[in-house]
Write a protein that binds this ligand. Structure first.
Ligand SMILES: [Zn+2]
Length: 409
């Protein structure tokens, strides 16, 4: 069997796996709701949630099918190599050409389905606050970032492989990891491209939150409020940065829709992530991830024979990224995801425990219930999907654990 046939078969198998997961998800929309979360939706809201989820998964199905068909056809018809030939014979330009083609096709499908998702589905259920102008601006900014990153990565891969030979995977892994650290470090800066952040106003709430930090001897650079309401009515909070840039970000939607004690509860949870160094642990996981990517990339660019059946004369670094991303990582990532999702759910339970210790157990439950209601969460997801993909435990399990914790306190 030649490499092209193998690639097409693997692509089809990966697609079959994705469709199976989607079917499992769709089936779970009629799972019975656990007793401790029955009060989140009334009958009417529950029916609305089911329609919303069915519609979301319907479009998700079309999106994965479209992406699959495009990639499949591009590979089948040797379109990648034909496109790369437009850029002459220089190995760098030919590689960048292929990457350009993937960025263009990804952007087009991303734009179309992103538009359907926010401007049609989310709009219909009243979540969307994005105006057409914001949507277009987001897409343009996203395209620029994606062009810089993808073309940069392809050029890096080519340079390292051509110059370093066998040392390439190690240096490439190190460079990728440094890059991820750099992005994490700069995340607060990047997010400013998309949102406005303002320091939390002085007052009772800020005093309470600062009190919580001081009591635990924990320092953050800032407590920021993000204008999430510009895009969506969904609310949240997160912890970001490390070292001197540690920041706790509260969505303005959370601040506006919760009681001060509920905000303290969510804040204590985020502080819990900080105290347990969860960002740092995630970095360790992403180091493992980049080592795997670097190894895959090295093996893929080291075999010049691999490229001939796809119409290339020699190695093409842009096409190598397609093979690594669409096939190799698509096979490896679910396995790694299983572990990282499990790890992340554990961290969530631990962060909830922090809020319980601070005496905000009850408020955390009511805050989580409000968040679940506002975010239209799935209250009875399939255990299989939770294991494979959920970075947060289902709400009913969290509430159970919080209540246990409150008894022990
Ligand atoms: Zn959390």
């Amino acid at each position: 069997m030649n490499y092209k046939t193998l690639a097409l078969i693997l692509l089809a198998l990966i697609q079959a796996y994705k469709l199976t997961l989607l079917a499992v998800k769709r089936k779970s929309f009629s799972n019975p709701i656990p007793d401790n979360v029955k009060d989140i939706y009334d009958e009417e809201e529950f029916q609305k949630w089911r329609m919303y989820s069915a519609e979301k998964s319907h479009w998700e199905l079309w999106q994965t099918l479209t992406s699959f068909v495009i990639t499949f056809l591009l590979i089948l018809t040797d379109a990648f190599s034909a496109f790369s030939k437009l850029f002459g014979t220089n190995i760098y330009w030919c590689s960048l050409g292929v990457t350009l083609l993937t960025v263009i096709t990804d952007t087009v499908t991303g734009c179309v389905f992103g538009y359907v998702d926010s401007m049609i589905v989310e709009q219909k259920y009243g979540f969307n606050k994005t105006t057409k102008a914001t949507f277009i601006a987001d897409q343009v900014k996203g395209l620029v970032i994606s062009l810089i990153l993808s073309l940069g990565l392809t050029a890096l891969l080519a340079t390292f492989h051509l110059w370093l030979g066998k040392l390439m995977p190690v240096v490439f892994a190190a460079a990728l990891f440094l890059f991820i650290l750099f992005i994490t470090f700069l995340y607060p800066f990047f997010s400013r491209i998309f949102n406005k952040f303002t320091p939390l106003e002085d007052g009772e709430l800020k005093d309470k939150l600062t009190g919580l930090l001081e009591k635990n001897g924990y320092r953050v650079r800032a407590i920021q409020v993000m204008d999430a309401s510009r895009r969506s009515s969904k609310s949240n909070a997160y912890f970001t940065g490390f070292g001197k840039t540690k920041t706790i970000v509260l969505f303005d939607t959370l601040v506006d829709s919760s009681t001060p004690d509920e905000i303290c509860a969510v804040f204590a949870h985020e502080m819990g992530h900080g105290i347990h160094k969860d960002t740092l642990k995630n970095q360790a996981l992403s180091l493992l991830n980049v080592c795997l990517i670097a190894l895959c990339a090295y093996l893929t660019v080291s075999c010049a024979e691999l490229y001939k059946p796809f119409g290339f004369d020699s190695v093409n670094y842009g096409f190598a990224m397609v093979l690594v991303g669409e096939i190799e990582l698509a096979i490896i990532s679910p396995l790694l995801g299983l572990f990282s999702a499990w790890h992340s759910r554990r961290a969530e339970f631990r962060a909830d425990r922090q809020a319980v210790v601070e005496g905000y157990g009850k408020d955390l439950i009511s805050a989580l219930k409000t968040l679940a209601r506002e975010n239209f969460s799935h209250l009875a997801p399939s255990p299989l999907i939770v294991k494979l993909e959920y970075s947060h435990p289902p709400l009913s399990e969290r509430i159970k654990a919080i209540e246990e914790g409150m008894k022990q306190n």
